[in-house]
Ligand binder design. Structure first.
Ligand code: C2E
Ligand code: MG
Ligand code: MG
Ligand code: MG
Length: 288
């Protein structure tokens, strides 16, 4: 009877695996047409200076509006795009669209783009970025590329070469989700970075525990000694913001400041900030 039960369990697993596989296949098929059918959009989440709360830049985050399923999470479709190779044309679209949008912002506002492992081992990446910058008129110094540790695990020698070429152009490179990989510290010694993005699991910590603060503090100290900048991810409360700032973190990103926004809402946010500057200046002048 036990054997029967086991076989039954296996069959259930097998069926749900098959179902998951079929769902993935069908999403992969739909994703093939997503660019041509204009179903992809970029959302932009502000990255702010923790001391002043001013917008230092935006991270471009991909959104897919599926005709039947509605909004599909990048956590679901990016892995599919990576496995199928579709991340190459999609990634190129993201780079062009992000640079095109940033070209409309004030010159001191940066744009950050996530780059997958597959894109880094593609010889066309540097050309695509060069063309996107030239066509949009966005300066290379305003662009930051975010890569995760999984990008570096697949290092075939090409990644380091591409990183050095891109940094030579004035582009910055950020190590995303720092601390969540298997060998975070070893990457810092093997690859050149300009920014460390501290993963939200450390920034938010667990309620009551104090160790996460020690970890954030240590990452900031390390970053300072290496001469690289820091961004605290996942800031949802004033307490998260305060702790990150006290640890010495320069920049922060999270729902406390804003959710990922449409390009129109980004422009409105930036305009409101500039208007605030003008009013503050007028007040200061009027007061003296
Ligand atoms: P990521 O690069 O680490 O981006 C940050 C994620 O955290 C985003 O999720 C963002 O919406 C979310 N987030 C921001 N603030 C908060 C907060 O305060 N609390 C919490 N809980 N979450 C917050 P999203 O947009 O769902 O993207 C998920 C991941 O998908 C990204 O993680 C990135 O790895 C990947 N991704 C998104 N767009 C692209 C893209 O254009 N290309 C590639 N290769 N990957 C992308
Ligand atoms: Mg990112
Ligand atoms: Mg991240
Ligand atoms: Mg992430």
């Amino acid at each position: 009877a036990a054997k029967e039960g086991q076989r039954g369990t296996l069959q259930v697993c097998d069926t749900s695996l098959k179902r998951a596989y079929a769902a993935r296949r069908s999403l992969a098929k739909d994703l093939e047409h997503a660019v041509a059918r204009d179903e992809l959009r970029l959302a932009f989440q502000p990255i702010v200076c923790l001391a002043t709360r001013r917008t230092a830049g935006f991270e471009a985050l991909l959104r897919w509006q599926h005709p039947c399923r509605g909004s599909v999470s990048p956590a679901e479709f990016i892995p599919i795009a990576e496995d199928s190779g579709l991340i190459l044309p999609i990634g190129q679209w993201v780079i062009r669209e992000a640079c095109r949008t940033a070209a409309n912002w004030p010159g001191d506002v940066r744009i950050t783009v996530n780059i997958s492992a597959r894109q880094f081992s593609d010889s066309g990446l540097v050309d695509c970025i060069t063309a996107a910058l030239a066509d949009s008129g966005t300066e290379a110094e305003r662009l930051t590329l975010e890569i995760t540790e999984s990008t570096l695990i697949r290092d075939d020698g090409g990644v380091l070469g591409a990183l050095e070429t891109l940094r030579g152009m004035g582009i910055r490179v950020a190590l995303d989700d720092f601390g969540t990989g298997y060998a975070s510290l070893s990457y810092l010694t093997r690859f050149p970075f300009d920014v460390i993005k501290i993963d939200r699991s450390f920034v938010q910590g667990s309620s009551g525990g104090a160790n996460h603060q020690v970890v954030v503090q240590s990452i900031c100290d390390l970053a300072g000694k290496l001469g690289v900048g820091t961004v605290a991810e996942g800031i949802e409360t004033e307490e998260h913001a305060r702790l990150a700032r006290e640890a010495g973190c320069d920049l922060g990103q999270g729902y406390l400041f804003d959710r990922p926004l449409s390009a129109v809402d980004c422009a409105a946010r930036l305009a409101a900030e500039r208007l605030g500057d003008v009013l503050a200046l007028r007040l200061a002048e009027g007061g003296t």
